[in-house]
Design a binder for this molecule. Sequence first.
Ligand SMILES: [Zn+2]
Length: 89
Amino acid sequence: MHKNQVCDSHLCRVCGFYSTEAPWGSSGMDPSFDICPCCGVEWGYEDATPTAIMSYRNAWVASGAQWYDASIVSDGLSLGERLKRLDKS
Ligand SMILES: [Zn+2]
């Protein structure tokens, strides 16, 4: 696996948002299929492969990395602060 693979099961694999409900379940094998309030990815579907994760992230960042769900309060972190969580090498 990639050395920067996410260890924390609560982080969105695309953007590094911390979700109280683990996006892929506690086992990492049982995705919730919820939508990330930060980047808008559908967990278990659009983040199922490293290629899909990079593709979604690149498109999201290219469009300005906007907070996705206005009904949920932002965690207040910058893009860089979230992505740093995914880089645990
Ligand atoms: Zn996300």
